[in-house]
Design a protein around this ligand. Structure first.
Ligand code: BGC
Length: 268
């Protein structure tokens, strides 16, 4: 990237030590942002992401926090403000799946997914907005007072049998994102969602790691390839930068066409 669109801004990416979060953290660093690489387990992987970002000449630090725990989220934001002075961009990315047939789903499987995927986004967005409002707009850095990107999924739209907890969390993220965009637009805080389809990461390895699984996945994707974290990273940079200043409250689908229902090209 020749132009450093996010120079001087600080971005916090949750769940940034693997998968989509890692790709987004690296892209934001490449665009000039200081990046906070949040993680829960596997500090070595978080350190590797930090080193990669530093090799791109941006500042980065790893901070451990479970996004579903209020005290840990508050302390993480305090550490970010101490280190970088403020936070300009939050990417609410941390998420997981605990799949089960609905009639066999345990309360623990339901609760964990809701806690991390949805409550985690609530806690981080609340701390980010508190900091945005405290700091106010800094025109040299951005037209907006702050930007929040909520990592959702095509499954905020496409129902997903066998994954009711996950799809429910993503439907909730959509409404959280839009409600915040509505509530804080007047204060120049932009809140948008990214809705990835199948992206090659550990979360969905069983959907792409054999030729049979991959071919079956392609029956759902008109554009005929799986996505990669860098696809998402490029969109995150756009949504975090002033290039997208008139976009708020939007769900941006990035899915090779998964949401245009490939089956209908021959059926229906
Ligand atoms: C899920 C993946 C899945 C994709 C498309 C994502 O939100 O995490 O496991 O492959 O949606 O169905």
């Amino acid at each position: 990237m020749s132009e450093k669109k996010l120079n001087g801004q600080t971005a916090l990416v949750t769940g940034a030590n693997s998968g989509i979060g890692e790709g987004v953290a690296i892209s934001l660093g490449e665009a000039g942002a200081n990046v906070v690489v949040n993680y829960v387990v596997n500090p070595d992987a978080a350190d590797a992401v930090v080193e990669k970002i530093k090799s791109l000449s941006s500042n980065a630090v790893a901070i451990q926090a479970d996004v579903s725990k209020e005290d840990q989220v508050i302390s993480m934001f305090q550490q970010v403000v101490q280190k970088f002075g403020t936070v300009d961009i939050l990417v609410n990315n941390a998420g997981l799946q605990r799949d089960a047939k609905f009639h066999e789903m345990t309360l623990a499987q339901w609760q964990l997914v809701i806690d991390i995927n949805l409550t985690g986004q609530f806690l981080c967005a609340r701390e980010a907005i508190r900091e945005f409002l405290r700091r106010g707009i800094v025109p040299e850095r951005s037209i907006a007072c702050g930007k929040i990107i909520c990592m959702s999924s095509v499954h905020e739209l496409i129902p997903w049998g066998g994954h009711a907890n996950y799809a429910t969390s993503k439907g909730g993220i959509k409404m959280l994102m839009q409600s915040l965009a509505q509530e804080y637009g007047g204060q120049k805080i932009r809140v948008n969602g990214i809705c990835p389809g199948a992206i090659k990461t550990p979360i969905n390895q069983s959907a792409w790691d054999t030729p049979e699984a991959y071919n079956s996945l392609m029956t759902l994707i008109p554009y005929d390839r799986i996505g990669v974290p860098d696809d998402i990273g490029k969109l995150a940079v756009f949504l975090a930068s002033d290039d997208s200043d008139y976009i708020t409250g939007a769900s941006m689908f990035i899915d090779g066409g998964m949401t245009v229902f490939k089956g209908f090209s021959t059926g229906g």
